[in-house]
Ligand binder design. Structure first.
Ligand code: NDP
Length: 284
């Protein structure tokens, strides 16, 4: 293996220490994060637990709202309305995915954009694409922070993003564009994925399939960011990139676990603190 490991866990831990110190130094009310979870999806339960524990660790108020799988859309919208009006809460996050009978767009639209710490509200999404101040979604923001903390500058590089979801692929492509990379977005209809990925100096893979990218698809010396979180046949957590072969070719690579995942949580803490600070400014 020749690639440098981009240790998201360590970078995220140091960011959380910085946020903890900032929160400790705040006088009076501390930032508050509310996380709503609907149903019993085991992966969602783990993500929510990590988010709540991190908020508590950095000294924020955290509130977990658990709703049953068969909750009505209206009840969920009522919960969001109450949190929007709650002065102690600066961040409102609804864990996705939601059950099929609930319209996720309607739910995300209901969150006050000023408290939308996931950055999924259309106001934040449009401001991101217009290059205006906004809340940046946590995973793309975490990827960019990990890249910059690792001393990698995307300017002038060819960046390829595999995956075009609203949560990861599209926003990270926009952030790489903002960082002056030349960006290509590949997806399930891309005919020759390997030909595209082999052109990448920076390769971000956000698909959700084991080994969708293997070492022979990586340009020698590329930086590989693996966003995927999958279980392999043995039930072990793994990414979208075949780590063993890709690490032979890349100059730097994120591990799974311990790469993008912890950065996502650290950025949620940062977004909550930023939301608190901007709400403090507008309410005094
Ligand atoms: P989505 O399912 O929303 O999107 C997957 C994307 O991958 C789609 O754009 C799809 O293309 C594309 N795709 C599917 N198959 C292929 C293929 N064979 N070749 C090329 N592209 C393909 O997933 P998300 O973006 O929400 O998540 C992606 C992964 O990242 C998941 O494993 C998820 O668990 C993980 N994740 C990790 C986070 C973290 O903090 N570490 C946070 C968020 C997600 P098309 O649009 O054509 O269907």
């Amino acid at each position: 293996m020749s690639a440098r490991i981009l240790d998201g866990k360590a970078v995220a831990a140091s960011i959380k220490e910085e946020i903890k110190a900032q929160v400790e130094a705040l006088e009076g009310r501390k930032p508050g994060l509310a996380v709503i979870i609907v149903g019993e999806n085991p992966a969602s339960q783990v993500y929510v637990r990590n988010k709540v524990q991190s908020a508590e660790y950095v000294g924020m108020l955290s509130r977990k709202i658990e709703l049953p799988e068969d909750v009505s859309e209206q009840r969920l919208l009522d919960e969001i309305a109450a949190l929007n009006a709650d002065g102690a809460i600066d961040g409102v996050l609804v864990q996705l995915p939601l059950p099929k009978h609930i319209d996720a767009d309607k739910v995300l639209n209901a969150i006050d954009p000023a408290k939308d710490v996931d950055g999924f509200h259309p106001v934040n999404v449009s401001n991101l694409w217009l290059g205006r101040p906004c809340t940046i979604p946590c995973t793309p923001k975490g990827i960019m922070r990990l890249i910059s903390e690792s001393g990698i500058n995307p300017a002038g590089k060819n960046a390829v993003v595999v995956g075009r979801s609203n949560i990861v692929g599209k926003p990270v492509a926009k952030l790489l564009l903002d960082a002056n990379a030349t960006v290509t977005i590949a997806h399930s209809r891309t005919p020759d994925l390997a030909a595209v990925t082999r052109g990448a100096d920076i390769l971000v893979v956000a698909v959700g399939k084991v080994a969708v990218v293997t070492g022979d698809m990586v340009k020698p010396g590329a930086v590989v960011i693996d966003v995927g979180m999958n279980r392999n046949a043995a039930g072990k957590l793994c990414g979208d990139v075949e780590f063993s072969t890709a690490a032979e070719v890349a100059s730097a690579i994120t591990p799974v676990p311990g790469g993008v995942g912890p950065m996502t949580i650290a950025m949620l803490m940062q977004n909550t603190l930023e939301s608190y600070l901007s709400r403090q400014r507008t309410t005094v």
